[in-house]
Design a protein around this ligand. Structure first.
Ligand code: PMV
Length: 358
């Protein structure tokens, strides 16, 4: 059953003053994947991600008391008007106003920027929606003269989930778990929680290899829906739970080998689900497979600890311990860069979560 975020049920809406809030929120990469949902963005299985560092969205919101009957809403992206995002953001703001009615009394001017090029084909909804939820949450808290605290982050994670499921995990670093898992009693379907991991995993690098930068032929939203009635759905959800159960001790103990096996199993299963849904579709490209082969070769022939994961797209996330950075980066330059579109790649690493900017 879907439980909605608690509504602020006071009779009067708190007064809003003029101000500006700014947040930087990172993207995240799922190791155990969320693929399949029900109700209001509830996951069919728990997922666990590493929070990134250099791939982030910065969102600034100027706000003030509503001047007209209808509150003003203005969006820009890198300083330019962004009507293409307006509908999604507006309907998200309407949903947030159910939780924080003060948003209906507030004019909002929202400006966002991504740290990564738009052409990189990186899904930005996790960083964008979490940055927006942080900003709106802070405005609502300000109206009540409250300051962001631990409970605030949990609430924001819940609100971010309504914008984009995976966004709820970006609120915490270096790792976040979303969805009920028996191993972690505090886990929830509604929001993500931070997960403690071995210090070696705090230094894990993620090089994002851009194989193709075109917009995806099938959106994640459609992909989630195709898990409804999917012939492998229940086996897939059970696999994710069992992978999570094995991943948690590996992350605690610094066991990169088990981590890698699970990451690759999850990535390939995610794409297997797409290839066996009805209708079926394929998002990986020839160079996705060429890169995977090279990664396996490096691991087998030179015993370098590397593994990969994939998002719902053709780009490859190459994961490796910070201690292997030098040798891996050299090899990437020689072997993988030629397989990337226009040689494009982004060297990222595990990060600590969102930052409030002054
Ligand atoms: O949050 P969404 O609806 O964009 O879905 C994300 C789906 C994956 O990136 C493929 C997996 C995940 O857990 O992030």
């Amino acid at each position: 059953m879907t439980t909605l975020p608690e509504r602020d049920d006071r009779k009067t809406t708190p007064a809003i003053q003029e101000g500006v809030v700014r947040w930087r929120s990172p993207s995240n990469i799922a190791i155990v994947k969320y693929w399949g949902k029900y109700g209001e963005q509830m996951p069919c299985n728990p997922s666990l991600s590493l929070t990134l560092s250099k791939a982030y969205t910065e969102t600034q919101i100027r706000f003030g008391p509503r001047k007209e009957e209808v509150p003003a809403r203005e969006f820009s992206f890198h300083g330019n008007p962004a009507p293409q995002f307006a509908r999604r953001i507006e309907s998200y703001l309407e949903r947030l106003a159910d939780v924080f009615p003060v948003i209906n009394e507030t004019d909002l001017h929202i400006d966002s920027e991504n740290s990564f090029p738009h052409s990189a084909g990186i899904a930005s909804s996790a960083s964008a929606m979490s940055a927006l939820a942080l900003g709106i949450g802070e405005i609502a808290y300000k109206a009540e003269s409250k300051f962001p605290d631990k409970a605030f982050m949990q609430r924001v994670s819940q609100l971010a989930r309504l914008g984009s499921g995976s966004a709820c995990r970006s609120v915490f670093g270096p790792a976040a778990l979303w969805g009920e898992a028996p191993e972690i009693p505090e886990s929830s379907q509604e929001y993500a929680i931070p997960v403690e991991i071995h210090s070696d995993f705090h230094r894990v690098c993620d090089t994002i290899l851009i194989v193709d930068d075109a917009a995806k032929a099938v959106s994640s939203r459609a992909g989630h829906m195709l898990m409804e009635g999917h012939i492998f759905a229940s086996a897939r959800f059970a696999q994710a739970r069992s992978n999570l159960k094995r991943l948690l001790p590996a992350l605690r103990n610094g066991d990169f080998e088990t981590f890698g096996r699970i990451a690759e199993d999850e990535a390939l299963t995610l794409h297997a689900m797409m290839m066996t849904s009805k209708p079926a579709y394929v998002l990986i490209k020839p160079n996705t497979l060429a890169i995977i082969e090279e990664i396996r070769k490096l691991r087998q022939e030179r015993k370098v600890p590397v593994c990969f994961t994939l998002d719902a797209g053709p780009n490859v996330h190459l994961l490796y311990p910070g201690s292997a950075k030098k040798v891996v980066e050299e090899w990437i330059g020689e072997t993988l860069m030629p397989l990337c579109k226009n040689g494009l790649l982004i060297h990222d690493r595990v990060g600590t979560g969102p930052e409030k900017l002054e």
